[in-house]
Design a protein around this ligand. Structure first.
Ligand code: NAP
Length: 286
């Protein structure tokens, strides 16, 4: 069976390992990244490079987008030389970036205007699950489009959850990231409190991780806290974006404002390009 030609825009921390998994599964993948140097990793693994976004959409059947935020996704789709600037009738566009529900619905409407299909598929899981192909794919859109995308989603993730029409998956993604932000701020505050009162960070993290409150994420971030090194798997600036989007979507719970304010303050400290666990550094300095 001939595999469909795949286009991919956006080769950051997530896009690169996801494309590498499609290549490993033998899909022909053509890529485009604004900063062209960042294409090198996937090109060395067999991807080809598109001259621009218009060509990326025209030359491929199914086109993924994995970029930072709403503004970037809108630009990629709708700018004068963007994905939708050429003939795209019948193509399927899949936005795997995390954006707000309104943006997602507007991208769907733009695609439909051009006779193309659209799925929103934000992903739950960070760089390691992206490398391992074990992301959770949160899908909003039609069942037919999901069926068309499913073999690809099965390469990228361990499961796909169909949440309903476009907009629902965006909300589910913002919800899980709210939970993530709360967990990591709580972990940071716990270690700051304990160490400030003479308990070793190593001992405190051991107690967390070996007890019922320990989780995949507390274990994953333990080495970062102990070394006080936070290279971005999920950049702190992106959680600020997601907490802002969640609040725009109506999130108004006791923790929502303090969480947003803390991560925003950490970003103001210059920690935006570090991993979101760098909120620990911000809280530690007091
Ligand atoms: P990243 O490493 O910061 O990469 C961002 C990508 O977006 C880069 O390819 C960048 O291109 C591109 N981009 C940004 N603005 C652009 C614009 N105006 N036009 C064209 N391209 C633009 O981000 P990431 O960690 O891969 O995350 C990507 C998305 O996935 C975000 O929405 C994030 O919230 C979501 N997400 C991330 C994780 C994670 O753990 N990292 C997990 C789940 C979901 P350049 O190379 O030219 O800058």
């Amino acid at each position: 069976m001939q595999l469909p030609k795949i286009g991919w825009a956006g080769l950051g921390n997530m896009g690169t390992p996801m494309v590498n998994n499609l290549l490993k599964a033998n899909y022909p993948v053509q890529v485009y990244n604004r900063t062209r140097d960042k294409e090198q990793d996937v090109l060395s693994n067999g991807a080809t490079s598109a001259p621009g976004l218009r060509e990326l959409a025209q030359e491929n059947e199914i086109i993924f987008v994995m970029v930072s935020d709403d503004a970037a996704a809108k630009e990629i789709f709708t700018s004068g030389d963007g994905l939708l600037s050429g003939e795209v009738q019948g193509k399927l566009f899949i936005n795997v970036s995390t954006v707000g529900a309104d943006t997602s619905r507007s991208l769907e409407a733009e695609c439909q205007k051009h006779g193309a299909s659209f799925l929103e598929t934000p992903v739950s899981g960070s760089v390691k699950p992206a490398q391992d192909g074990t992301l959770i794919m949160l899908v909003g859109g039609s069942a037919d489009d999901l069926e068309r995308a499913k073999p690809l989603l099965d390469v990228l993730g361990k499961m796909s959850v169909h949440l309903g029409e476009v907009g629902k998956a965006a909300v589910a993604k913002l919800s899980i990231n709210y939970f993530l932000a709360a967990n990591l701020q709580a972990l940071a505050e716990t270690v700051v409190f304990a160490t400030g009162n003479g308990v070793k960070a190593e001992d405190m993290l051991n107690i967390v991780n070996e007890g019922a409150v320990g989780s995949g994420i507390t274990k994953l971030k333990t080495t970062n806290i102990l070394k006080e090194e936070f290279p971005a798997a999920f950049a702190l600036k992106h959680i600020v974006k997601d907490l802002r989007l969640a609040r725009e979507e109506g999130l108004d719970q006791p923790l929502s404002a303090p969480l947003f304010n803390t991560y925003q303050a950490a970003m103001n400290d210059g920690l935006g390009e570090e991993d979101l666990m760098a909120v620990y550094k911000h809280l530690k300095k007091g």
